[in-house]
Design a binder for this molecule. Sequence first.
Ligand code: GDP
Length: 185
Amino acid sequence: MGIMGDSYDEECDYLFKAVLIGDSAVGKSNLLSRFAKDEFRLDSKPTIGVEFAYRNIRVADKLIKAQVWDTAGQERFRAITSSYYRGALGALLVYDITRRATFENVGKWLKELREFGNSDIVVILVGNKSDLVNSRQVGEEEGKKLAEKQGLCFMETSALENKNVEEAFLEMINKIHGITSQKIL
Ligand code: GDP
């Protein structure tokens, strides 16, 4: 393996790259560290302003290494460039259910994805911070509707309570695996 030149050498059948996108402070790094557990090895490429982490996951009889990229806060300063999206098979597009503006910006992120990402990239729309029930500004139905309209999967998560985080990543990985194994066959 070692498509990305990494030194994490456990044998695996596929290496998938996925990206986290969405406005600042919606919870991307917290979602990634939840998904990481102890297996994850956090790495960074400070030169291009990204961090990424790996996790090995068994899907059917295949061992998949998911490599997930995070923006390391750079989304505050500039548009994410094509190198961030290059080769990514999946994306978690995250907004914060307590900040309406982050939901309104989903369209902007989708536009960027469609411009730079693979045409068949698997996108999961994620409404994070579902634990903050009293400060909710975006209804779950609104998220669902938008996802349906855009042809995305949808899930609300709480990185704080570790709710649905595993499910969101696994849904993405399963979908990628479905698409990729079809291609291989
Ligand atoms: P990023 O900029 O998108 O990577 O966001 P971070 O992961 O750094 O999170 C931004 C802030 O939101 C931090 O203060 C987190 O502690 C908080 N946060 C992240 N996820 C959740 C969540 O699910 N629930 C709550 N209540 N706070 C969260």
